[in-house]
Design a protein around this ligand. Structure first.
Ligand SMILES: [Ca+2]
Ligand SMILES: [Ca+2]
Length: 586
């Protein structure tokens, strides 16, 4: 097939005419594809990958077992495909696989379609980004959504774009927010019953977090739900109630630039018909400027996908002062206690605690540290409130404007776990959490909000806790919070995890390896060096009777940009931009 390469010219109609004349073969391609029911059923269909999370619950578990703990040592590359380009940077994407095509997003808001048997490129789409974009933490994108004839993804200048999945041609292109105010978009959208649902990025710039739903066919806005108390929601163009109660947990006008960005998107559970969205840090970082709990920042929100109404919330870090974004994925899972099935959800939070909640109502079940050192709180009480250690909060700036008391805090603001998604194995009933062991010196400074400028009021230096490792992949039993095994890695772990029915757990390392572990014991069984750091999330699927594993390779993300002393230790890792696909030899 002729390679088609599209730039975002804004001339959609013209491009369509050109398409019809120049490439008649493509015009015959089917307009159909996976629909709502297929997408909802994704986790039960191992022949494709239709959602970020390998199912809306985000469990990242495949029942496939042709590759298993006994034979994975023979796994070999099937093919690779390059994202090309003069600039690379972090490749944090999770591939989608459907009907002979692998769809991946790349750095700088690019999308690629590759043949899933050969790696041959079918098309590439490059968003034309303006000079003034403000991604805080590298020019990454974490994945796309697929629905019918469309591939849908978000851009660093805060657009949501639907492409024809057969041609890469733009079907619709909508502005989600004003990039010059610091808004951007890095998460994979999700599709729930004809709606594209997504969160926004920009929490370091005093934006207001939102969750929104658009019509997948037209891109028109259906509902919008701000995450910060005091802001008005909308439904079909009408007001739909204020989020929370204005000034109940914020003072003065601080809520107007209150943060709470929903920059990792969410999960969805058909049992409860609830979307679970995490919210980021309150703005600014300097907590002395915003007394109160600052709802709904650093929280998990359960939202009705039909109306955008918040059904329950649970705040993991009230009055955050350490940039402990609560955005991490909340993964629904069921657990049987005394013969009764409990509908639970789990989240490994940036603040160092592994949470289990009742996903029907947000009721607290447990919080257990999953990293070796947590300084800001000693634990959680039975009501789910943190038992904080006030002396370990960075001090207020001095009256003369000089920085306040410096404290050493762990985890660092990059978190006990950052964006990289964990997996839940239905085979072992364990969560596999990519975590990091680091702390930081942190202090507060004066700051005033200015549109489009960083809104922190804090300074920091990240430091490793141990000489021989920062990253730790941990198997956690959600019933007890106990760690069943751990694998220590020298560099910070920054890629997602995949669990399979072959008693395997896959994840990547900045040193360049994709690795496979025994899911029950943690024994490392296989590794392959991809040539650059792996910060993407692996997937697996079955095709032509064989099981495949794919992952993006390409070092980048927040660590080299923000990592302080840790950044120096990873500065020699080469960049890249490759899709790697593996299978067993015949
Ligand atoms: Ca599937
Ligand atoms: Ca943040």
């Amino acid at each position: 097939m002729t390679k088609a390469k599209w730039l975002n010219t804004g001339l959609v109609a013209g491009a369509a005419l050109w398409m019809a004349g120049a490439l008649p073969a493509m015009a015959q391609a089917p307009a159909t594809g996976p629909m709502d029911a297929d997408i909802m059923n994704d986790e039960a269909t191992p022949g494709d990958v239709l959602t970020y999370g390998m199912g809306h619950k985000g469990q990242r578990f495949s029942p496939l077992d042709k590759i298993h703990a006994g034979n994975v040592k023979s796994l070999v590359p099937a093919f690779t495909a390059s994202l090309g380009g003069e600039k690379q940077r972090g490749q944090e994407s999770q591939p989608l696989v459907y009907d002979g095509t692998i769809y991946v997003t790349g750095s700088y808001s690019r999308v690629f379609a590759f043949d899933s048997r050969t790696g041959a490129e079918k098309w590439q789409y490059d968003a034309r980004l303006p000079d003034g974009i403000m991604p805080c933490c590298d020019v990454v994108n974490r994945g796309a959504a697929i629905h019918g004839d469309k591939i849908i993804f978000g851009t660093l200048d805060a657009h949501l774009i639907a492409l024809n999945r057969n041609t890469g041609r733009v079907i619709w292109n909508k502005t989600m927010a004003d990039y010059s105010a610091g808004y951007s978009f890095t998460a994979a959208p999700m599709i729930i019953n004809g709606k594209v649902i997504y969160g926004n990025s920009g929490g370091e710039f005093g934006v207001v977090g939102k969750v929104e739903a658009r019509d997948v066919e037209t891109g028109e806005l259906i509902w919008s739900r701000p995450t910060i108390e005091g802001h008005m929601g909308s439904l079909k163009g009408a007001d739909n109630g204020i989020t929370g109660t204005t000034n109940a947990s914020w003072q003065g006008d601080q809520w107007k630039n209150g943060g709470g960005a929903t920059w990792l998107g969410g999960t969805y559970d058909p049992d409860t018909n609830l979307i679970y969205m995490g919210t980021g840090n309150p703005s600014p970082w300097n907590s002395h400027l915003r007394p109160g709990n600052n709802l709904y920042t650093a929280s998990t929100l359960a939202i009705d996908p039909d109306t955008g109404v918040i059904k329950w919330h649970y705040q993991t870090t009230p009055h955050d002062g350490w940039d402990f974004d609560g955005v991490n994925e909340f993964i629904p899972f069921d657990h049987t206690v005394n013969g009764k099935v409990m509908k639970l959800g789990a989240k490994a939070d940036r603040n160092g605690f592994f949470f289990v909640l009742d996903r029907t109502n947000g009721k607290f079940v447990s919080a257990t540290p999953f990293v070796s050192k947590v300084t800001w709180a000693s634990g959680y009480d039975k009501a789910g409130k943190p038992i904080t250690i006030p002396a370990n909060r960075p001090g207020a700036p001095n009256a003369d404007g000089t920085k306040g008391t410096v404290v050493f805090a762990a985890p660092s603001f990059l978190g006990g776990k950052n964006w990289m998604p964990m997996a839940y194995s239905k085979q072992t009933s364990m969560f596999y959490v990519p975590s990091n062991e680091w702390g930081m010196d942190i202090w507060n400074e004066p700051i005033a909000y200015k549109k489009g400028a960083a809104y922190l009021g804090a300074g920091f230096t990240i430091k490793p806790l141990y000489d021989d490792h920062i990253g730790v992949l941990r198997a956690i039993d959600p019933a007890t919070g106990k760690i069943a095994w751990e694998y220590k890695n020298k560099a910070p772990l920054w890629g997602g995890v995949l669990a399979t029915g072959g008693n395997l757990v896959f994840t990547g390392t900045p040193e360049g390896y994709l690795k496979a572990f025994d899911a029950k014991t943690g024994t490392e069984l296989w590794k392959f060096n991809t040539g650059s750091g792996v910060v993407g999330t692996p997937v697996t699927w079955e095709q032509d009777g064989e099981q495949y594993v794919a992952v993006m390779s390409g070092w980048g993300g927040a660590v080299p940009l923000w990592g302080g002393e840790v950044a120096k230790s990873v500065q020699n890792i080469n960049q890249g931009g490759m899709l790697w696909v593996f299978k067993m030899p015949k």
